[in-house]
Design a protein around this ligand. Structure first.
Ligand SMILES: CSCCC(=O)C(=O)COP(=O)(O)O
Ligand SMILES: [Zn+2]
Length: 203
């Protein structure tokens, strides 16, 4: 067992516990991955409770999503992780969560526009609250390869995108490390709460 694998697994287990404490990974929802090398990743196996992960809740898979461990089935949404690692060798982690705010906003809006918030500076390259971050919302689908292709095409056209929502489903974001990606989730959840409360006030 490599030191890298056990370190990353520990970081993802801790991330799951933190997200669970916030209510962002209900039931067996959500999935997490981290890059191991140029051709492989560590990913949660399908159906795990992400707040109660242990070492057995993960497997190695290649970047086509094929399990490298017999008898273990990767997340049903593996294709949404592999598409990111194949796009960009600098991506080291992909996290997917299912918070109430992300889900509700995705049902009501066509996209989430983040503008004017200091916390936008949690994202790489964002240096002012005067920036504008667009979080696209894709229709939900059980056809993960088709959804991954749609995400990939969108990101080709909008390479500054930091995250996306799937309608009625949840949030995907990514980063160079698990810590960076966890910060993105936390910042986005704070911002989604702000957007939600602003919509209520504006009614
Ligand atoms: C019970 S939530 C439905 C599946 C889902 O959206 C999810 O994120 C978890 O799927 P996985 O196969 O990764 O456990
Ligand atoms: Zn999901």
């Amino acid at each position: 067992m490599s030191d890298t694998l056990s370190r990353l697994r520990g970081e993802l287990i801790a991330a799951g516990q933190f997200f669970h404490s916030k209510g962002w990974v209900p039931a067996t929802s959500s999935n997490f991955s981290a890059r191991l090398g140029a051709e492989d990743m560590l990913i949660t196996s399908s159906g795990q409770h992400k707040g109660r992960l242990d070492d057995n809740g993960f497997l190695r898979a290649d970047l086509q999503g094929v399990s490298l461990e017999t008898g273990k089935r990767p997340s049903a949404e593996t294709g949404l992780h592999t598409v990111m690692y194949r796009r960009d060798p600098a991506i080291g982690c992909v996290l997917h969560t299912h918070s109430v705010n992300a889900t509700v906003l995705s049902m009501r809006l066509e996209e989430v526009v983040l503008a004017g918030y200091e916390v936008q500076k949690a994202f790489p390259g964002v240096e002012t609250h005067e920036s504008r971050l667009m979080i696209p919302i894709f229709p939900n689908s059980q056809d993960i390869p088709a959804l991954a292709a749609e995400v990939n095409a969108y990101l080709d056209a909008h390479p500054q995108t930091v995250a996306y929502l799937i309608r009625g489903h949840g949030l995907y974001t990514w980063g160079t490390t698990v810590a960076d990606t966890l910060r993105h989730i936390e910042a986005l959840e704070f911002l989604f709460e702000c957007v939600y409360r602003q919509l209520l006030l504006d009614r």
